[in-house]
Design a binder for this molecule. Structure first.
Ligand SMILES: [Zn+2]
Length: 279
């Protein structure tokens, strides 16, 4: 169900007016994007129930602290780049907060060492790397097919690499990473591997949308293929774009609960006719 108060907002309006603490902009932000955030927490972090809003509230506090400092630093160019920025923050807060995620198994030690993951992905075409990366993060084949718009069976050879300690990622019963804490820690490490050769998420969005020529696309894909930092951003942009379209809406009461932690200017309550007479 769409919230009638937020239908007039666009991403650009939310981005612009959010900085000023506009209540309508933040209500629209939560209406549009909290469904995406809940899905990310569920899949990557195995976090749901009452724990999910608790972590999202912490992430929102971090996003809006010091006069919206982190929010001001998010992308203005496109909704996916903006959500990609917030995804990084959210997953880091989830890692710091999720001490004991529900039903999580402990991963065999070293399973997500960056060198080991790079080896697991080695010599695969980029699409297969992406699919393997999504599988490790907990995605099931049917969702993967909708995210990438291609049947995951094309990467069956890549999935065959998920043996021994990685096997639970291949056939996870629930669509969640089997080892969320280790996975979130790995993503944090991958993000820290950024170099001056890394590319902007804006370039990734352009490639995903088919806005660049083969000539310009080839070096981008080559870099992403060889860089865990950029592979995380590249797949992150895809998943936020998908969940923006596909995630189930969040109830109005849940949104009101999230809104409470934000440093926004609340519109004054309208005075009743009687109160106006007496003032
Ligand atoms: Zn890179």
């Amino acid at each position: 169900m769409k919230n009638s108060q937020t239908t007039l907002f666009t991403f650009h309006k939310i981005r612009e007016q959010g900085e000023q603490g506009n209540e309508g902009a933040w209500r629209a932000f939560l209406d549009f994007y909290s469904p995406v955030f809940f899905r990310l927490l569920e899949i990557h972090g195995n976090i749901d129930g009452a724990e999910a809003p608790r972590i999202l509230r912490k992430a929102l506090e971090a996003l809006t602290a010091n006069g919206f400092e982190r929010f001001r630093a998010t992308s203005r160019q496109s909704e996916r780049e903006f959500l990609g920025d917030i995804r990084c923050l959210l997953l880091e807060v989830a890692l710091e907060t999720a001490v004991n995620p529900a039903q999580a198994e402990s991963a065999p030690s070293g399973i997500f060492e960056t060198g080991k993951i790079a080896k697991l992905l080695e010599d695969l075409p980029l699409l297969h790397k992406e699919m393997l990366f999504f599988k490790l993060s907990g995605y099931h084949d049917d969702t993967l097919e909708r995210v990438l718009r291609i049947a995951p069976r094309v990467a069956e050879k890549a999935f065959e690499r998920l043996t021994a300690e990685y096997a639970p990622a291949r056939n996870a019963e629930r669509e969640r990473c089997p080892w969320p804490v280790e996975w979130l820690a790995f993503l944090k490490q991958a993000r820290a591997m950024k170099t001056d050769k890394c590319l902007s998420t804006h370039q990734f969005v352009r490639v995903h949308d088919g806005q660049v020529s083969w000539y310009d696309k080839e070096p981008v894909e080559k870099h992403v293929s060889a860089c865990l930092h950029c592979l995380d951003s590249w797949t992150g942009i895809r998943e936020v774009g998908y969940w923006r379209r596909a995630a189930d809406p969040v109830s109005a009461s849940r949104i009101t609960g999230l809104l409470e932690v934000l440093p926004i200017e609340k519109a004054p309550a309208k005075k009743s006719f009687f109160a106006r007479l007496c003032s």
